[in-house]
Design a protein around this ligand. Structure first.
Ligand SMILES: CSC[C@H]1O[C@@H](n2cnc3c(O)ncnc32)[C@H](O)[C@@H]1O
Ligand code: ZN
Length: 434
């Protein structure tokens, strides 16, 4: 099957800065095969044509940190500190969630992500068979982890599930699913437990995904326990010898940044600006990370702490926060922040050989953003409009691996209304009395 997109304003996201080009894009099977100019005979043979007049074509957005199934808990508990929110609300509610709840919650999150232009997400959760099945059924691309928290009971079961995720799902869905090892965080993973997880990652030659220095409370817990910063602690146990996704990384010292720089860190930071704002965690020093040569992508965190899974909201928040933190409106410009949400995010997830840019040979993960609306006119600077003025509802078409998952804002594989109805019922039962 081939799909021709014509008359688009194409942002390939390949260069240092973003320079839109006007032209066509050809998808054959799951690959992009031509960008800008498409040979006339190929155009004539296309099975399907989308006229993208007035639309911007971008690589699908990459959400570098999520707990997607928590969509079922959205809005259930608000305005609490992270530790309280987790231990008194989220964890008791999660203890009631079934495999089916995780499947439905992940599907609902997938519907929201597809509708707002995200094509790939990195997830950390439990009941990972259900998460993976939802990824298969939604058509999205995902990097999955079984979140690992040290606890007295059930350790064998957790490791068995993490192993099964690798064995059963790595590469599934025509390569749409990749798997990482997922230690939850420095304060929930003591050294011996982390070492066991590293062994698993090494066995499958896989990256790791972990929360890091999200709150000052976490920094204080690790200082009391080990006399180290969370980053120093993770260095001591050997985490930075691996490709790693460091979610949050809000409270890193200059010394911590130097540790990551001198480790020639493979992977990078998953910055979650809206979750950090809402939970009152602080502002991650993204500008310093970029100056140190670190790779930074963008995530939402779970829909329990993120307000929505719309990465366009995160793109704006990321830019605003750096500008206000540094008192410098040139900090984190539109081109940089759009790169973070696409190409750089793909690097953080070790998926940059497949996705993140629009180039012949890359997997066909493409979004079309309709720029006809009043808030996206006139077109003085398309890059700035997309970074600062667009939102998820402007996404017209979402394509993953060459398959159209949304066209004209209609989902092609998921029944959004049926999902919502089912989730409403389950959400009430899960949260009753907590
Ligand atoms: C064991 S699976 C992952 C685990 O993480 C919890 N979680 C959700 N949001 C956050 C956050 O912002 N920081 C740390 N942990 C978080 C989620 O509830 C799952 O239990
Ligand atoms: Zn998280």
């Amino acid at each position: 099957m081939s799909l021709l997109i014509t008359n688009a304003m194409i942002l390939t996201m390949t260069g240092e800065t973003v320079t839109p080009i006007h032209g066509d894009l050809l998808i054959e099977g799951d690959l992009i095969t031509a960008v800008g100019e498409v040979p006339a005979e190929k155009k004539a043979q296309a099975d399907e044509v989308i006229d993208a007049q007035g639309m911007a074509a971008l690589p699908g957005l990459v959400n570098c940190h999520n707990h997607a199934a928590m969509s079922i808990l959205r809005g259930f508990s608000e305005d609490l500190r992270l530790m309280e929110w987790l231990s008194q609300k989220m964890w008791p509610a999660e203890a009631r969630m079934t495999q089916e709840d995780v499947y439905l919650g992940t599907l609902l999150a997938a519907a929201e992500m597809i509708k707002s232009g995200t094509t790939t997400f990195a997830d950390m959760y439990v009941f990972t068979d259900s998460v993976a099945q939802a990824v298969i059924d939604s058509g999205m691309r995902a990097s999955l982890t079984r979140g690992m928290i040290d606890a007295p009971d059930g350790q064998e079961m957790r490791f068995a599930e993490a192993r099964a995720l690798f064995e059963k799902w790595n590469g599934a869905g025509d390569g749409r699913i990749s798997v990482m090892a997922g230690p939850h965080g420095p304060h929930t993973c003591p050294p011996a437990f982390l070492q066991e997880i590293f062994k698993l990652a090494e066995e499958f030659n896989a990256p790791l995904h972990i929360h890091l220095a999200e709150t000052t409370e976490e920094v204080e817990i690790i200082r009391r326990e080990y006399g180290l910063t969370p980053t120093e602690y993770l260095k001591e146990v050997g985490l930075f010898d691996h490709h790693v996704v460091l979610a949050h990384s809000v409270h890193l010292t200059a010394g911590d940044i130097e540790i990551l720089r001198s480790a020639n860190l493979r992977g990078g930071i998953a910055h979650n600006p809206v979750s950090n704002l809402k939970l009152g965690c602080g502002i991650a020093p993204v500008t310093s990370y970029l100056q140190a040569g670190l790779t930074v992508g963008i995530g939402t965190d779970g829909p329990g702490s993120a307000t929505t899974l719309d990465l366009f909201e995160e793109i704006k928040a990321a830019a605003w926060l750096q500008k206000v933190q540094t008192f410098d409106p040139t900090a984190l410009n539109a081109s940089q922040v759009l790169h973070m949400a696409t190409r750089e995010g793909a690097k953080v997830l070790a998926l940059d050989s497949q996705i993140g840019t629009l180039e012949a040979g890359k997997k066909a993960d493409v979004i079309l953003v309709d720029t006809h609306a009043a808030h996206l006119r006139p077109h003085h600077d398309l890059t700035a409009l997309l970074a600062y003025s667009a939102n998820g509802a402007d996404v017209h078409t979402t394509i993953v691996n060459g398959e159209v998952l949304m066209k004209g804002r209609k989902l092609t594989k998921l029944d959004e209304q049926a999902l919502i109805a089912e989730i409403e019922e389950r959400a009430k039962q899960i949260t009753a009395g907590i």
